[in-house]
Design a protein around this ligand. Sequence first.
Ligand code: GRF
Length: 203
Amino acid sequence: QRIVVLLSGRGSNYRALRQAQADGRLDGEIAAVVSDQPDAAGLGLARDDDIETFCVPRAQHPDRTTFEQALAEAIAASGAHWIVLAGFMRVLSARFVQAHAGRMVNIHPSLLPRHRGLNTHQRVLAAGESEHGASVHFVTPELDGGPVISQVRLKVEPGDTADQLAERLLPLEHRLFPATMALLLRYPVEARDESISIQGKTL
Ligand code: GRF
């Protein structure tokens, strides 16, 4: 099964997925990497791996609709079924999300449903919480609001800074994301609207 990875930045989660594929832990093929940022380090990693890359800069499109059309064309050209958002920093329209419903997955650095959106590490500390984590979830039109598939937990230590939390969480993300994708590829899970089904059975 072909996977396309969408990213905007450094691409460490892409690298973890790619490594899992190389090790045989992920029974799928990363067919392409798409970025909205021409200078994303993740694009360079993909080129080094001889993975096809597509760059779709938002600034080259007059509005979000044409930008998303170009994004959809890149995804279609990759021939991928699974669309993996790995640090993709653009909010996608409901129309775009619905067109790819049930096959688009995101990793978010918080224990959803807590702390949707940005600056999750700071917000965990500001709220005085004792645990933090990351979630992999299906993408629905509600930002970071789709059904959660998997989570990893991290203890917040006294005196932790946001940077320290981010640094300890990242290697856990790198284990969670490939393992979750391996599971999804192994078992045909689909999420649509309010329901999730596995092998045709609604949960
Ligand atoms: C990760 O922290 C991920 O949870 C969030 O964006 C960051 C991407 O990092 N969605 P990288 O580009 O994969 O290194």
